[in-house]
Ligand binder design. Structure first.
Ligand code: IPM
Ligand code: MG
Length: 361
């Protein structure tokens, strides 16, 4: 029997609630798919700061490299907002990504048919959009050096640096091309080659790499224009590949276009390791109230089944089950129309679990 060893870091805020629902789906899918699942849990984010004084301990970092996959809930909250940048829960996430060297972050965004009018975009523009943002995750502006704030008060200078080596651009570029190959064979490389030297290099490397993928149609957009085009003609896009910070921004824009950030899963992949997390944050305003939408966490399970367990059959069943519950009109508050009845996190989780059971026969 195949084995799957998952380290669960449910984190803060709504993280634990949505993760509980997602794990029920993972357990069921593994059972039906004859996968022997082993789960272990640890602290991460604010709860780790409370227990250990740091957002992620060395012990958890070490464990993260031994598991087949790491599943994250969410991290952060007002309680830890006043800490220095270096001590905040978010720093734990950045250290984890860096430590696992998960350089390719796949963030699929699609507009579900049943939720067409949840999108702030007009239906005639947005109907049926379905694209993936491939965000470089361990380099670029987030990690480049030098980085500092220095000098005397009143004369301080702050700096961060956007750096990429050719090798880093090639490896993320390949993920972009390979992802496009499995889809509609269209890749849009997003850069700022008109202003930034590093982005000139990015474009140059992408053009070269494109010669190895003649079956994929490659185009280039400056990041400001890309933001505009994603809103004007979202259905034209298939796969977009971009720098870390650009990906952070454009993936939130994409999330908004789907109608709710509660609907976006993500997978961060390295050459060997994988980190899975829903894109939404810890939503402290609704935490612990059975209000959060667990569907992003559940679709994140589908990504884990696809990329780590290599079971696209199980992944497809989970994704289809999510569509089933949406088609059946089950709604958490974030995706309900005014006046529509609303269910809680547990009820949505249960509906999804039932739909997965049905799909898997
Ligand atoms: C994301 C988040 C993180 C990021 C934060 C929480 C550090 O916004 O995953 O998009 O900026 O990468
Ligand atoms: Mg973000």
């Amino acid at each position: 029997m195949a084995k799957l060893d998952v380290l669960v870091l449910a984190g803060d805020g709504i993280g634990p609630e949505v993760t509980t629902e997602a794990l029920k789906v993972l357990e069921l899918a593994c059972k039906r798919g004859s996968i022997s699942l082993e789960l272990s849990h640890d602290l991460f984010g604010g709860c780790s700061i409370d227990a250990h004084g740091e957002p992620i301990t060395q012990a958890v970092l070490d464990r993260s490299r031994k598991a087949d996959a790491v599943l994250l809930g969410a991290c952060g909250g007002p309680k830890w907002d006043n800490l220095a940048t270096d001590k905040r829960p978010e720093k734990g996430l950045l250290r984890l990504r860096e430590h696992m060297e998960v350089y390719a972050n796949l963030r699929p965004a699609k507009l579900f048919k049943a939720l067409a009018d949840a999108s702030p975009l007009k239906a005639e523009r947005a109907a049926g959009f379905d694209f993936v943002v491939v965000r470089e995750l361990v380099g670029g502006l987030y990690f480049g050096k030098p980085r500092y704030v220095q000098g005397e008060p009143g004369k301080r200078v702050g700096a961060n640096t956007m750096t990429y080596t050719e090798a880093e651009i090639v490896r993320i570029g390949r993920v972009g091309f390979e992802t496009a190959r499995r889809r509609k064979k269209k890749l849009c490389s997003v850069d700022k080659a008109n202003v930034l030297e590093v982005m000139g290099l990015w474009r140059d490397v992408m053009v070269q790499l494109g010669k190895e993928y003649p079956d994929v149609a490659l185009c280039h957009l400056y990041v400001d224009n890309a933001a505009m085009q994603l809103i004007l003609r979202p259905t034209d896009f298939d796969v977009l590949v971009m720098e870390n910070m650009f990906g952070d921004i454009l993936s939130d824009l994409s999330a908004a276009a789907t109608g709710s950030i509660g609907l976006l899963p993500s997978a961060a992949l390295g050459d060997k390791l994988a980190l899975y997390e829903p894109i939404h944050g810890s939503a402290p305003d609704i935490a612990g109230q059975n209000k959060a939408n667990p569907l992003a966490a559940i679709m994140t399970i589908a990504m884990l089944l696809e990329h780590t367990a290599k079971r696209s059959d199980l992944a497809a069943a989970v994704n289809a089950a999510v569509e089933d519950v949406l088609d059946a009109g089950v709604r958490t508050g974030d995706i309900a129309k005014r006046g529509e009845p609303v269910v809680g996190t547990r009820e949505m989780g249960e509906a999804a679990l039932k739909a997965v059971a049905k799909r898997l026969g």
